[in-house]
Design a protein. Structure first.
Length: 369
């Protein structure tokens, strides 16, 4: 049984999406700490690491950072950061001013790519962090001049069903397009809510299809065929959560970690892993281009890439490990509560960056037509 908090999930923290597990913004302590610097007598090694506030950050403070200090002697000064896009703006302004609030920030893929393109990130030397070889390669982001992002944790957006109303479980995402689901689905309303990636993988050639305007239109036209089956297009997580709990919808697209929480509370819901896979998103540790803590940063990412650390985060925070289950000591129950060994659907991040306006306008026309 996982022990992560039921009031907030890592998925909502990393994406900045508000829900019943709203993220607490904690910052007053940082200003107070800055006002009383420690005397430079013992030359204690420190590094400032950003993470999302509330339970998420507190779990790092209580579990991960002490283990890191025990292993390396380095003290982590925790910095509360908002969601990735807002924090990126803060860090960009701070970089221009010559003093950043954090050496390492936690960015989602889109924010990481943007930060890399404007020169805000310093490349890691992975020979100084050999444990990063434990990570799946897709979690090591090379911005063109070296790896500037090392995966921290991931989360899944899954097919979910009411186990009493939907039997047997669908074997493919394509079944959602069938008449049996007419007026019964809850799907993510945002253009970047990963339904585009799901449809591209299910009916087309995946990200390759999304590389052209024509391909994007074809995928969104296919999603238009799903509209008669969708009862709720949700944006706030609690809307879909309530709809599933009240049986207003019987299936749809939702976060794997929160679905597990609902099931543990007695609701007849379950995540399903169809043959195409489910969508995985992730956050990465990124080093500021003006940080002077390179040595400490390499020790930090090296520690976080240990299978034992990944397992610790799964148990205490509810994040999915970025290493193979076989490398960890997670039980089957613990692993399946947060992840899957099935090959996931990876969002077409570059496409969303390069064609954001076109995708959004095409998507919104489809929804409102």
């Amino acid at each position: 049984m996982t022990t992560f908090d039921k009031s907030m999930s890592p998925s909502s923290a990393l994406t900045g999406k508000a829900s019943r597990r709203d993220i607490l913004k904690v910052g007053a302590g940082l200003a107070a700490a800055a006002a009383f610097p420690m005397p430079a007598i013992a030359q204690e090694r420190t590094i400032k690491v950003g993470s999302y506030g509330g339970y998420f950050e507190n779990s790092f403070i209580d579990n991960v950072y002490p283990a890191f200090k025990e292993a390396t002697g380095i003290t982590v000064e925790s910095v509360t950061q908002p969601n990735s896009s807002a924090w990126l703006t803060t860090m960009e302004q701070a970089t221009k001013a010559g003093a950043v609030p954090a050496d390492i920030s936690l960015y989602d893929k889109i924010a990481m790519i943007r930060a890399s393109k404007i020169g805000m990130l310093k490349a890691y030397d992975l020979t100084k962090a050999p444990n990063t070889s434990n990570l799946e390669k897709l979690y090591l982001f090379d911005g063109g001049a070296g790896v500037v992002g090392v995966g921290a944790m991931s989360w899944y957006v899954n097919m979910i069903i009411n186990t009493e109303q939907v039997t047997p479980a669908p074997a493919s995402w394509a079944e959602f397009w069938e008449p049996k689901f007419a007026g019964k689905l809850g799907m993510y309303a945002n253009y970047d809510g990963r339904l585009i990636d799901i449809a591209a993988k299910t009916f087309f050639d995946g990200p390759a299809t999304l590389g052209t305007d024509e391909g994007i239109i074809a995928v969104i036209d296919k999603i238009a065929e799903l509209k008669p089956n969708v009862k709720i297009w949700w944006k706030a997580e609690n809307v879909m959560q309530n709809a599933m709990q009240n049986e207003e919808v019987v299936a749809g697209q939702y976060y794997h970690d929160v679905t597990g929480i609902m099931a543990s509370e007695g609701f007849p819901v379950a995540s399903v892993f169809p043959k195409e896979g489910n969508v995985v998103d992730y956050g990465s540790w990124c080093l500021s281009s003006i940080s002077t803590k390179e040595a400490e940063a390499h020790e930090f990412i090296n520690f976080c890439s240990l299978p034992s650390t990944q397992a610790l985060m799964s148990r205490k925070i509810g994040t999915a490990p970025l290493v193979a289950k076989s490398l960890t000591d997670l039980t089957d129950e613990e692993f399946l509560a947060v992840s899957s060994e099935q090959t996931p659907i990876v969002p077409a991040y570059e496409v969303y960056l390069e064609k954001a306006d076109f995708i959004q306008s095409t998507w919104e026309k489809m929804l409102t037509a």
